[in-house]
Design a binder for this molecule. Structure first.
Ligand code: SAH
Length: 231
Protein backbone atom coordinates (compact mmCIF):
# COMPACT_ATOMS: atom_id res chain seq x y z
CA UNK A 1 0.00 0.00 0.00
CA UNK A 2 1.27 3.44 -0.92
CA UNK A 3 1.03 6.24 1.63
CA UNK A 4 -0.46 9.37 0.00
CA UNK A 5 0.78 12.73 1.27
CA UNK A 6 -0.87 15.94 0.07
CA UNK A 7 0.62 19.29 1.07
CA UNK A 8 -1.28 22.56 0.60
CA UNK A 9 1.14 25.44 0.39
CA UNK A 10 1.79 28.81 -1.19
CA UNK A 11 5.28 27.53 -2.06
CA UNK A 12 4.85 24.19 -3.84
CA UNK A 13 8.36 24.55 -5.32
CA UNK A 14 9.75 23.85 -1.83
CA UNK A 15 8.64 20.21 -2.28
CA UNK A 16 9.87 17.50 -2.30
CA UNK A 17 13.04 19.44 -1.37
CA UNK A 18 14.99 17.42 1.19
CA UNK A 19 12.31 14.70 1.09
CA UNK A 20 13.51 13.90 -2.44
CA UNK A 21 16.89 12.65 -1.18
CA UNK A 22 18.25 9.83 0.97
CA UNK A 23 15.82 7.47 2.74
CA UNK A 24 12.60 9.38 2.00
CA UNK A 25 13.68 10.14 -1.56
CA UNK A 26 14.42 6.52 -2.38
CA UNK A 27 10.94 5.52 -1.16
CA UNK A 28 9.18 8.38 -2.98
CA UNK A 29 6.99 7.03 -5.75
CA UNK A 30 6.90 3.51 -4.31
CA UNK A 31 6.15 3.44 -0.57
CA UNK A 32 4.76 6.96 -0.62
CA UNK A 33 3.60 9.70 -2.97
CA UNK A 34 3.75 13.45 -2.50
CA UNK A 35 1.33 15.89 -4.08
CA UNK A 36 2.14 19.55 -3.42
CA UNK A 37 -0.94 21.70 -4.09
CA UNK A 38 -0.63 25.44 -4.72
CA UNK A 39 -3.22 27.20 -2.52
CA UNK A 40 -3.03 30.20 -4.86
CA UNK A 41 -4.64 28.14 -7.63
CA UNK A 42 -7.84 28.34 -5.57
CA UNK A 43 -7.91 32.14 -5.56
CA UNK A 44 -10.68 33.59 -7.71
CA UNK A 45 -10.05 37.32 -7.95
CA UNK A 46 -7.98 39.11 -10.55
CA UNK A 47 -5.01 39.49 -8.20
CA UNK A 48 -5.17 35.84 -7.06
CA UNK A 49 -5.13 37.06 -3.46
CA UNK A 50 -4.91 34.47 -0.70
CA UNK A 51 -4.70 36.74 2.35
CA UNK A 52 -6.26 39.85 3.84
CA UNK A 53 -5.83 42.11 6.87
CA UNK A 54 -6.84 40.75 10.30
CA UNK A 55 -10.39 41.51 11.42
CA UNK A 56 -10.19 43.73 14.49
CA UNK A 57 -6.88 45.20 13.41
CA UNK A 58 -3.28 44.32 14.15
CA UNK A 59 -0.14 43.59 12.19
CA UNK A 60 0.32 41.25 9.27
CA UNK A 61 -2.08 39.32 7.08
CA UNK A 62 -4.33 36.30 7.55
CA UNK A 63 -4.95 33.48 5.05
CA UNK A 64 -8.50 33.65 3.72
CA UNK A 65 -11.02 30.97 4.73
CA UNK A 66 -12.73 30.84 1.33
CA UNK A 67 -9.56 30.34 -0.70
CA UNK A 68 -8.06 27.80 1.69
CA UNK A 69 -11.33 25.85 1.97
CA UNK A 70 -11.58 25.63 -1.82
CA UNK A 71 -8.02 24.31 -1.95
CA UNK A 72 -8.85 21.69 0.69
CA UNK A 73 -12.11 20.69 -1.00
CA UNK A 74 -10.54 20.19 -4.42
CA UNK A 75 -7.09 18.82 -3.55
CA UNK A 76 -8.13 15.17 -3.52
CA UNK A 77 -6.08 14.50 -0.41
CA UNK A 78 -6.71 11.52 1.86
CA UNK A 79 -6.23 10.76 5.57
CA UNK A 80 -6.35 13.12 8.55
CA UNK A 81 -6.18 16.84 7.78
CA UNK A 82 -3.44 18.62 9.68
CA UNK A 83 -2.68 22.30 9.94
CA UNK A 84 0.88 23.18 10.88
CA UNK A 85 0.47 25.61 13.78
CA UNK A 86 2.50 26.72 16.82
CA UNK A 87 -0.75 26.43 18.82
CA UNK A 88 -1.15 22.78 17.90
CA UNK A 89 -0.70 19.47 19.61
CA UNK A 90 3.05 18.82 19.87
CA UNK A 91 4.11 16.40 17.14
CA UNK A 92 5.71 13.27 18.56
CA UNK A 93 6.71 9.71 17.67
CA UNK A 94 3.31 8.39 18.75
CA UNK A 95 1.50 10.63 16.28
CA UNK A 96 4.05 9.73 13.58
CA UNK A 97 3.27 6.05 14.18
CA UNK A 98 -0.50 6.61 14.11
CA UNK A 99 -0.31 8.55 10.86
CA UNK A 100 2.09 6.03 9.27
CA UNK A 101 -0.43 3.24 9.87
CA UNK A 102 -3.12 5.11 7.89
CA UNK A 103 -3.71 5.65 4.15
CA UNK A 104 -2.11 9.08 4.02
CA UNK A 105 -2.22 12.62 5.33
CA UNK A 106 -3.23 16.07 4.10
CA UNK A 107 -1.13 18.88 5.54
CA UNK A 108 -1.99 22.58 5.32
CA UNK A 109 0.97 24.95 5.61
CA UNK A 110 0.16 28.35 7.09
CA UNK A 111 1.92 31.59 6.19
CA UNK A 112 1.64 35.20 7.37
CA UNK A 113 -0.02 35.48 10.82
CA UNK A 114 -1.86 32.21 10.27
CA UNK A 115 -5.22 31.14 8.86
CA UNK A 116 -8.82 32.26 9.40
CA UNK A 117 -10.16 30.32 12.40
CA UNK A 118 -13.38 29.37 10.58
CA UNK A 119 -11.60 27.15 8.08
CA UNK A 120 -9.93 25.24 10.94
CA UNK A 121 -13.34 24.56 12.49
CA UNK A 122 -15.37 23.91 9.34
CA UNK A 123 -12.81 21.66 7.62
CA UNK A 124 -11.86 19.79 10.77
CA UNK A 125 -8.16 20.65 10.71
CA UNK A 126 -6.05 19.19 13.52
CA UNK A 127 -3.43 21.74 14.55
CA UNK A 128 0.05 20.24 14.95
CA UNK A 129 3.15 22.01 16.26
CA UNK A 130 6.76 20.94 15.79
CA UNK A 131 7.99 22.92 18.80
CA UNK A 132 7.74 26.06 20.88
CA UNK A 133 9.20 28.53 18.42
CA UNK A 134 7.80 30.44 15.45
CA UNK A 135 8.72 29.50 11.89
CA UNK A 136 7.87 31.75 8.95
CA UNK A 137 5.64 29.09 7.42
CA UNK A 138 4.34 25.56 7.82
CA UNK A 139 6.43 23.99 5.05
CA UNK A 140 9.49 23.02 7.09
CA UNK A 141 7.18 21.64 9.76
CA UNK A 142 5.30 19.60 7.16
CA UNK A 143 8.63 18.20 5.94
CA UNK A 144 9.60 17.23 9.49
CA UNK A 145 6.25 15.49 9.99
CA UNK A 146 6.49 13.67 6.65
CA UNK A 147 10.08 12.60 7.22
CA UNK A 148 9.14 11.08 10.59
CA UNK A 149 6.18 9.25 9.00
CA UNK A 150 7.92 7.99 5.86
CA UNK A 151 10.80 6.26 7.66
CA UNK A 152 8.20 4.21 9.57
CA UNK A 153 6.42 2.95 6.44
CA UNK A 154 6.93 -0.77 5.78
CA UNK A 155 9.97 -1.42 3.62
CA UNK A 156 11.48 2.06 3.91
CA UNK A 157 14.07 1.47 6.60
CA UNK A 158 16.59 -1.22 5.74
CA UNK A 159 16.81 -2.59 9.25
CA UNK A 160 13.27 -2.68 10.66
CA UNK A 161 14.55 -3.57 14.13
CA UNK A 162 16.25 -0.22 14.51
CA UNK A 163 12.87 1.52 14.75
CA UNK A 164 12.07 -0.46 17.90
CA UNK A 165 15.27 0.50 19.69
CA UNK A 166 15.74 4.17 18.97
CA UNK A 167 14.80 7.16 21.09
CA UNK A 168 11.12 7.36 22.13
CA UNK A 169 10.20 3.84 20.97
CA UNK A 170 9.58 2.92 24.62
CA UNK A 171 9.61 6.43 26.04
CA UNK A 172 13.36 6.56 26.68
CA UNK A 173 16.22 8.34 24.92
CA UNK A 174 18.75 6.23 23.07
CA UNK A 175 21.93 4.90 24.65
CA UNK A 176 25.32 6.20 23.39
CA UNK A 177 26.61 4.61 20.18
CA UNK A 178 30.17 3.72 19.21
CA UNK A 179 31.91 2.25 16.18
CA UNK A 180 35.48 1.46 15.11
CA UNK A 181 38.23 2.45 15.63
CA UNK A 182 38.15 0.76 19.04
CA UNK A 183 40.72 3.25 20.32
CA UNK A 184 40.36 6.89 19.22
CA UNK A 185 42.53 9.67 20.67
CA UNK A 186 42.70 8.57 24.31
CA UNK A 187 39.11 7.28 24.29
CA UNK A 188 38.39 3.55 24.07
CA UNK A 189 34.97 2.09 23.32
CA UNK A 190 33.44 1.03 26.68
CA UNK A 191 34.79 -2.44 27.45
CA UNK A 192 31.40 -4.10 27.92
CA UNK A 193 30.44 -3.35 24.29
CA UNK A 194 33.53 -5.26 23.10
CA UNK A 195 32.86 -8.24 25.41
CA UNK A 196 30.47 -10.13 23.15
CA UNK A 197 28.23 -10.78 26.20
CA UNK A 198 24.79 -9.88 24.83
CA UNK A 199 23.10 -9.99 28.24
CA UNK A 200 25.63 -7.59 29.74
CA UNK A 201 25.47 -5.32 26.71
CA UNK A 202 21.67 -5.10 26.88
CA UNK A 203 21.84 -4.31 30.60
CA UNK A 204 24.49 -1.62 30.03
CA UNK A 205 22.42 0.00 27.28
CA UNK A 206 19.25 -0.10 29.37
CA UNK A 207 21.01 1.55 32.31
CA UNK A 208 22.52 4.20 30.03
CA UNK A 209 19.10 4.98 28.52
CA UNK A 210 17.53 5.35 31.96
CA UNK A 211 20.39 7.53 33.21
CA UNK A 212 20.34 9.79 30.12
CA UNK A 213 16.56 10.15 30.13
CA UNK A 214 16.45 11.00 33.85
CA UNK A 215 19.18 13.63 33.41
CA UNK A 216 18.02 15.26 30.17
CA UNK A 217 14.30 14.66 29.99
CA UNK A 218 12.77 14.22 33.43
CA UNK A 219 9.35 14.68 31.77
CA UNK A 220 9.89 11.56 29.63
CA UNK A 221 11.44 9.70 32.53
CA UNK A 222 8.32 10.17 34.66
CA UNK A 223 6.13 8.85 31.84
CA UNK A 224 8.36 5.93 30.83
CA UNK A 225 7.02 2.43 30.36
CA UNK A 226 6.21 1.31 33.91
CA UNK A 227 8.04 -1.50 35.65
CA UNK A 228 11.54 -0.05 35.31
CA UNK A 229 13.33 0.81 38.52
CA UNK A 230 14.94 4.26 38.59
CA UNK A 231 18.70 3.94 38.33
N1 SAH B 1 0.97 34.41 14.39
C1 SAH B 1 1.13 32.99 14.61
C2 SAH B 1 2.41 32.46 13.95
C3 SAH B 1 2.34 32.41 12.46
S1 SAH B 1 3.77 31.73 11.76
C4 SAH B 1 1.18 32.73 16.09
O1 SAH B 1 1.64 33.58 16.83
O2 SAH B 1 0.80 31.63 16.51
C5 SAH B 1 3.20 31.32 10.14
C6 SAH B 1 2.87 29.87 9.91
O3 SAH B 1 4.02 29.08 10.12
C7 SAH B 1 1.81 29.27 10.80
O4 SAH B 1 0.52 29.49 10.31
C8 SAH B 1 2.17 27.79 10.78
O5 SAH B 1 1.59 27.14 9.67
C9 SAH B 1 3.67 27.81 10.62
N2 SAH B 1 4.38 27.59 11.88
C10 SAH B 1 5.12 28.49 12.56
N3 SAH B 1 5.65 27.97 13.66
C11 SAH B 1 5.27 26.68 13.71
C12 SAH B 1 5.51 25.60 14.62
N4 SAH B 1 6.23 25.76 15.71
N5 SAH B 1 4.94 24.41 14.34
C13 SAH B 1 4.19 24.23 13.24
N6 SAH B 1 3.94 25.21 12.34
C14 SAH B 1 4.46 26.43 12.56
Amino acid sequence: MTFAATVLTLYPAMFPGPLGTALAGRALGTQWTLDPVDIRDSATDRHRSVDDTPAGGGPGMVMRADVLARAIDTCGGTGPRLLMSPRGRPFDQGLARTLASGPGVTIVCGRFEGVDERVIERRGLTEVSIGDYILSGGEIGAMAVLDAIVRLLPGVMGNAASADEESFADGLLEHPQYTRPAQWEDAPIPEVLMSGDHGKIAAWRRAARLRLTAARRPDLFERRTPGEPAK
